[in-house]
Each structure stands twice: as C-alpha cells, then as structure tokens.
Design a protein around this ligand. Structure first.
Ligand SMILES: Cc1cc2nc3c(=O)[nH]c(=O)nc-3n(C[C@H](O)[C@H](O)[C@H](O)COP(=O)(O)OP(=O)(O)OC[C@H]3O[C@@H](n4cnc5c(N)ncnc54)[C@H](O)[C@@H]3O)c2cc1C
Length: 844
C-alpha cells in the first residue's frame, strides 16, 4: 500500500509540475494526499499528515508569500543584479521575440511556427526578380569588377540606380519600390550569387542606413528632402558607426557632438559642433550622404535634456564643408566601396539630426531596432545564396570531373562534403525564408537575427571550404573563369560586419535571448529595477511565482522526455517527421531547464563565461534551424524526395545539440548543478546516432546530375546555360557529360581491353569508330561532352606583366582610382599619406 501511495504521489507531482500548475493546485493536492495517507495508515497525527498542504496553502496568500519568499528573493536579486547600462537596456528593448520565446518556454506551441506565412512574392516582386535582377546579373562581370576596375562598371552602377535597386525598402509614397523583406532578401541573394561585391553594394542602402532610419524616424521635411532621391539613386548613402577605437564596442565611440549656436546659411542657429573619425564605412568613398553616430553633449542645456544626451544620429551631405571622405580600404580584395570618413568641429544645424531634436539621444535604440530587421534580411541572404551557389557549381563539377576513370562525386570521400553542401543548402534556405517571413509579419527578431547571422556566415565559410576542396586546383587558380574564389575571399567580411561572429555567438545571442525570450526573467529584472518598491515587489511576486512553476515544469518535463526518449513529447503532424518534432520538443525543454539554471547560477558573470554562453547559443540556434527545416518541409507540401534530406539534417542537429549539452555539463562551474542537469537531461546517456555514411552518400548522388531536386535546392541562384559564361559552361557540360556517360564507359573499357590505344587528346575516338566500338553519333556526343569538359576544367593563365603593377612601366604620377559610382570622387581630398596613393584598379 505504501508503495502504491508513493507511486501515486510521484505521478501527482509529475502531473502538476508538467502542467506548470499554480500553487493552490499543489496545496490542494498535498492536502488530499495527506488525508489519504492518514486514512489508509489509520494511525499517526492528522497534523503532520496535512502540514505540507497547509504550508503550501499559506503561501497561496500573496501577503504571506511576499513576506516570506518573494520579498527576500526580491532584495537578494536587487543586490546581485548588475546594473544594466543604458545602451544594454536599449539593445534589450529593441526588437521583438517570437518563435525564440517558444523555444525558451520549453513547450513550443507548434501552431505559432506553422502559422507563419510561407514565402510569397507579389507579382511585381517576382517580375522584378525575373526582369531587372536577371538583367543586372547578366551585366555583371565579376573578374572585371574585382580585378580590372576594383569597382563595378559604370553601366552596372547606372542600371542599379535607374531601376530602383537602392530604394527597395523605401515606400512607394516616396518613389521607392516598397518591397517586402522576403523580396529584398531574394534580390540581394541573386545578385550576390553573381558577385558578392555587387550584392553588398545593393544590400547596404537597403539595410541598416540612412534610408531605413529616415523611413522610420525621419521628420517629414527629411523624408521629403531625401527619400525620393535615395530611391532614384540620386543620393548614395553610407552609415558611419565604427571608428578606430570603437569596433564591437561601438557605443564606446569617441565621436562627439556639442549643442551650441553657430552659423548656417548666413544665420545664427542652434546646432551641433561635430567631430568624428570613422573607418570601414561601406559606400563611403562614393557616398553623397553620410549618416553619423556620435555622443551628443549639451553643456549649456539648450535642449533641456541635461548635459549628457546620449548617442544621436545625423545625416550630413558628403560635400558639406568640413566633411572628409578618406581614400579607399580594400576589404578582402573585394570591389565594393569601403573607406574612412572624418570631420573636426563641423557645425551642423539641428535639422541634420535624424528625426530632429525629438530623437536626440535615441540613436542607439534606433540603430538596434534597424539592426534587428536589417540583419534578418541581409547577411543570411548572402550567406545562404553563397552556400546554394557553391552546391550548384560543385555538384556539376563533381560529375564532370573524372579521375581514376569515374566522376569524382561518386567517390565516398568527395560525397561527404557534397552531402554537407546539400544539407546546408536546404537548412539555411529554410531559415532565411522563415526569418524574412517573420519580418514581413511585423517582427523585429533581434535574437533570431543574431543567431542566424552567425550561423549562416559560419556555414558559408565551412561550405566554401568544402566546395574548394572538391574542386582542387580548379578553384584555387584565380582568374576570369574562377567562379568560387571571389566569394571565398569575401567570407571574412560577412563574418565581421553587423556584429562580429565571436561576439555575436558568445556574448549576445544567449544572454539577450535569456533576457528577452525567457518567459519570466526580463519581467523579474524589470521589477527589481522599478523605482517604486511596492509596485516592484508586486510585479516580482507574480513573475517569480511563474518562474518557480516554469522551473518545476522544466525539471520534470526534461526528465520525463529523456527517460521516454521523447516518445510522449508533442508533434503537430502524424507523418514520418513527427519523430523530429518530438525530439525538438524534448530538447527545447532541456534547453529551457539548462538555460534557466545557467542564468540563475552565473547571473552577471554570464558576460565572462562566454564559452558556456556560446554553447548555449549553439543549442538555441540548432533548435531554431531544425524548426525552420521542419516548417519548410510542411510548407512545401511534404515532398517525398526531400524527406531523406530532412532526416539527415535532423540527425545532425540532434547530435550537435547533445554534444553541446555534454560540453556545457562538463564545464559547468558548479558540481551539484552540473550533475543534476546531467541526470535530468541524459538519465540514460546521450544517444544521438550522428551521421549515416549511406545516407550522406545517397544525398551526394542525388545532386550529381540535372534534376528538379538540384534546381529546388539551388533556387534563387543566378543560372544560365550559356557555354561562354563561367557558370553557364558547367550547366552546359553537365547535360552533355551525363548524356555521354555510357558512351564514355564503353570507350574507356575498350582502351582497358586494348581494343584501341590510349592517345593524347581524343584522336582515339576516331579509332573507336573504325574499330566499331562507337557509332558516329556516339562519337559526336562524346566529342561534345569532351569539349564542354575541357572548357570547365581549363584554368586561366596570364602573360608576364599582366598581373601586378610593379612590372609595368612607371606612370608619371599614380592617381587614385576614381570610383565609377560618383563623379565627385575625383575631387575629394588628396591622400594624406604616400602609402595610400597606390591605385586599386589594375589598368590594362
Ligand atoms: C568590410 C567591412 C565593412 C564594414 N562596413 C561598415 C559600415 O558600413 N558602417 C559601420 O559603421 N561599420 C562598418 N564596418 C565595421 C564593422 O561593423 C566592425 O568591423 C565590427 O563591428 C567589428 O569591429 P572591429 O573590426 O574593430 O573588431 P574588434 O571590435 O576589434 O573585434 C575583434 C574580435 O574580438 C571579438 N570581440 C570583441 N569584443 C568582444 C566581446 N565582448 N566578447 C567576445 N568577443 C569580442 C570580435 O568578435 C572580433 O572577433 C565594416 C567592417 C568591414 C570589415
């Protein structure tokens, strides 16, 4: 009987905890259990039997609870909570949470995921993609851009300006295209698949910068003055935040503006005396409008906001007196415009502040809000398309290139990286599209955009390494026909900008996620920071009580799903993917538990414990990536052919999640918590199967020829079948090689048998016709495949003196390369240092 009661007690405990039941449910259950125990045992004291229920019941009364539990907890948290700086607070307040909050809750509501609208473009957007975007892709010659000119051609610049590429996010009311996030992401992607430099050039005005800042915060006068001109490309914007001493810690900038009276257009007006020194600014060398971030001070309190107003943004014409646009940087040898800007004691009127004086001191919040959306669209788009481009060309090359008598893609060793390309292409497209859809639904996903930025760009780096490895020397020899090296060399740019990856992974993603997406933590922090103590304790009491229920739910949920291997976890579907939804639920619950304890134990030290924080960020991002993959599979109507890809991705992600949990436990600084978490998350040990060689081999084989699957996996990449184009030649050769494959096998077999002799070139084809091994038509097909293959495997070579400038006859005076984007560039300041005079463009 005692055993039965014990089991009933355990079941009751699990049921209440799993349901995250309120305290009074626990009190009633404890009283009930106490009474039953007393009746069944028939002896002992009723008082002791009912005591647990009575104690819990007393705590149901808010006054008692606050006095005994939440009040002291409030005081303790207040004492230990580190001060959140103003910029940290503004970064936290910027942006919204959505699916990340579901993952943090430990009990994802699948409806919230599956109801996010799947990718849709308007007819106008689709026409733009099929028309002007394809046209400009055709016009771009990447080698000419990065090698000969170190700039896009004047024709490409003009085409982009004339067709509104720089005003995609500007509303139609101001002459912009007013495109959705989804469309912008796809347009930038397609251009970047042709030339990353061109993609970045289009991305920047449509991402964090003057256009977006004016759209959101500009005064009517500013909108009227600039938006239409920006949309038409008559103004080229840049935005300058970073300086020599302020990179990742941008808020620590030394740039300063002082409110004072000065002269503007001959009149004495109130304005700001600005001094700045910025570097790495994209488009600065060709910009006509410079957005600036600086600390605003008002020693004489002209604005009535105190002496230190805070980070403020201004928009200053590049030809305004005192504005210095320096020479060019040369980022990773890429051709997009990038350079420094500076100014000393430049007086600008108040109307130059973005949003006017109303937004003085609000600059950091404005930037963080724009970053939340911009980062969700821009770099994930470039990273994803780069992976898809790498898959497209590598899958073709791996079939065309033969060694040891067979296509290299068939070899298992090559199939391994090729399978990684397949999985990444599917997964990152799923995540890119999901995140862009969230933005279109009005979200500013700050945590998701951060994790997606670092995961996509890291994957871009890894997959390019795979693609280059598979190509061998063909991708290493640079030149006009190298279709990989340009994007490969630009990878560090994507890794570094919009929040360098190490910082984004180890400092921002998990810490910001824990505060913003955790269901109670931020409410508790806000409560203890409330100036009104009584209101603070009341709010803290509600949040803290919820937090305790949440913690109990995660402890029991995590353990329950672990011992049942996720069998009873939830799934919104009943087909083969249900197993992965269940695993996702199981690990979301474990993530919620471990995340909660990590934050509770480390508190303010989380900023220093970056290795733990980074692993938690990886787990969160793997949960997100897997969610996106499952959603894509549903949204696309559960295409049977894709199921093995989804299975393989899910297996990889679950294995990665388990590995990271194990590493978190191994390195957690508290012995008791570490082992408690280990038991609750892996009571039966970690079981993820990891990769399957057979599965990966099949995935690699599935893209080694023209197919719908290959087309779907690489959708959004600019594709042409033109044999004279550097990627078109691959498509052309792939078709011909596949068509001639059986003939080739027959031919090679004949050589091996000695029926015909091996000869340099393919003269032996004639011998094969004579020997009756090949028909004339087969010989034609084989020659066509051969010629196409030769075009593909050929690499570029250069005449002496063609590369480098040192061997050329000395010019009278080296001139700075005049960027094609502006006529003004040539009139800008002469170089300050001799070393900066070296021209970037190699004149032929
Ligand atoms: C090609 C290019 C284009 C750019 N375009 C623009 C632009 O248009 N406008 C603009 O304002 N800026 C621009 N930037 C600047 C860019 O945003 C910065 O380079 C970036 O913020 C990193 O600063 P940093 O290069 O000075 O590196 P640092 O800040 O010196 O960082 C060095 C390393 O330390 C890591 N790190 C720093 N702090 C921490 C921390 N607390 N915890 C963990 N790791 C940390 C970083 O992750 C990085 O790996 C551009 C940069 C490049 C390279």
């Amino acid at each position: 009987m005692s055993l039965l009661l014990f089991i009933v007690g355990i079941v009751l405990f699990f049921a209440l905890a799993l349901r995250q039941s309120p305290l009074w449910h626990w009190a009633v259950a404890a009283l009930g259990m106490g009474a039953v125990c007393q009746i069944v045992s028939g002896g002992g004291s009723w008082f002791w039997a009912l005591l647990p229920g009575i104690v819990l019941g007393i705590f149901v009364v808010p006054f008692v609870r606050k006095l005994v539990i939440t009040g002291p907890a409030y005081a303790m948290v207040k004492r230990y909570l580190p001060r959140v700086s103003r910029t940290e607070q503004e970064a936290l307040d910027a942006g919204t949470v959505g699916w990340d909050a579901d993952l943090f809750s430990g009990r994802p509501d699948w409806e919230n995921l599956l109801s996010i609208r799947a990718l849709t473009l308007t007819k106008e957007e689709q026409d733009f993609l099929d028309g002007p975007v394809n046209e400009v892709c055709k016009m771009i010659d990447d080698w000419d851009t990065r090698h000969n000119r170190a700039d896009m051609s004047p024709q490409v610049w003009q085409y982009l300006k004339d067709n509104g590429f720089f005003g995609m996010l500007i509303g139609k009311a101001h002459g912009g295209l007013g495109f959705s996030a989804q469309a912008q992401s796809m347009i930038v992607s397609k251009i970047a698949s042709r030339s990353v430099a061109a993609g970045i050039t289009v991305m920047v005005p449509n991402s964090l910068g003057p256009g977006e800042l004016l759209e959101k915060y500009g005064t009517d006068a500013q909108k009227d003055q600039y938006l239409e001109r920006l949309a038409q490309g008559k103004e080229v914007p840049c935005f300058a935040l970073t300086g020599p001493h302020a990179g990742s810690d941008a808020a620590g900038m030394r740039d300063v503006g002082v409110v004072m009276h000065g002269t503007y257009k001959g009149k004495k007006v109130l304005g700001v005396k600005l001094s700045w020194d910025k570097r790495y600014i994209t488009l600065a060398p060709v910009a006509t409008l410079v957005g600036l971030a600086f600390h605003l001070e008002d020693p004489d309190n002209h604005l009535g906001m105190g002496e230190q107003i805070g980070i403020t943004l201004a928009l200053v014409p590049a030809d305004y007196p005192g504005v210095e646009i320096g020479l060019r940087h040369y980022p990773s040898g890429s051709a997009f415009m990038n350079g420094p800007t500076s100014g000393k004691d430049v007086f600008v009127p108040m109307e130059f502040l973005i949003g006017g004086t109303d937004y003085a001191g609000q600059g950091w919040r404005m930037l963080m809000e724009c970053l939340s959306t911009g980062r969700a669209i821009s770099l994930p788009a470039i990273g994803t398309v780069s992976i898809k481009h790498a898959l497209r060309v590598t899958s073709a090359y791996a079939r065309i290139r033969r060694q040891f008598g067979i296509a290299i893609g068939i070899m298992e060793g090559v199939g391994e990286p090729l399978a990684r390309l397949v999985k990444s292409a599917y997964m990152f497209e799923a995540s890119r599209a999901l995140t862009a859809s969230m933005v279109d639904e009005g979200e500013k996903p700050s945590v998701i955009s951060a994790l997606l930025k670092y995961r996509t760009t890291e994957a871009m780096r890894d997959r390019y390494n795979d693609a280059l490895d598979i190509h061998g020397g063909r991708a290493i020899q640079d030149g006009p026909s190298n279709y990989l090296f340009s994007a490969y060399s630009t990878i560090p740019v994507a890794i570094t900008v919009e929040g360098a990856n190490i910082l984004t992974r180890t400092l921002i993603t998990f810490a910001q996620g824990a505060l913003r997406a955790h269901p109670f933590l931020y409410k508790e922090v806000q409560a203890v920071q409330n100036e009104d103590r009584r209101a603070g304790i009341n709010a803290f009491d509600i949040a803290f009580s919820g937090h305790v229920q949440y913690m109990l739910g995660n402890i029991t949920g995590s353990f329950w799903h672990a011992i049942t291997l996720g069998y009873f976890a939830s799934s919104p579907v009943d087909h083969r993917m249900a197993q992965w939804y269940r695993q996702l639920h199981r690990y979301a619950q474990s993530f919620a538990l471990v995340g909660d304890w990590t934050v509770a134990f480390l508190g303010g030290h989380l900023k220093r414990k970056q290795r733990l924080s980074g692993r938690m960020a990886d787990i969160l991002s793997d949960l997100y990536l897997l969610s996106a993959v499952l959603k894509r599979y549903e949204d696309e109507g559960c295409i049977e052919e894709d199921a093995p890809i989804v299975d393989a991705i899910a297996r990889d992600r679950i294995a990665a999640i388990e590995r990271n949990f194990v590493d978190v436990f191994n390195n957690f600084p508290n012995f008791l918590l570490r082992n408690a978490m280990r038991i609750l998350v892996f009571p039966l040990g970690a079981h993820a199967g990891g990769e399957s060689d057979r599965e990966n081999h099949r995935l690699a084989r599935s893209v080694l020829g023209p197919s719908q699957l290959r087309d779907r996996l690489t959708s959004g990449v600019y594709i042409t079948n033109d044999p004279d184009d550097k990627t078109g030649m691959l498509e052309d050769a792939l078709i011909k090689v596949v068509a001639a494959e059986e003939i080739e096998t027959k031919f090679v077999r004949a050589i091996k048998k000695g029926q015909i002799t091996r000869r340099l070139g393919r003269d032996a084809i004639d011998d094969a016709i004579e020997a009756g091994i090949l028909t004339k038509q087969e010989a034609v097909n084989m020659r066509e495949a051969d010629e196409a293959t030769d075009r593909v495997i050929k690499v570029d070579d250069f005449a002496p003196g063609e590369l480098g400038t040192a061997t050329k006859p000395a010019k009278a005076k080296p001139a700075r390369a005049k960027p094609a984007g502006t006529a003004k560039a040539a009139t800008k300041k002469p170089p300050a240092k001799a070393s900066r005079k070296r021209p970037l463009a190699k004149t032929k």
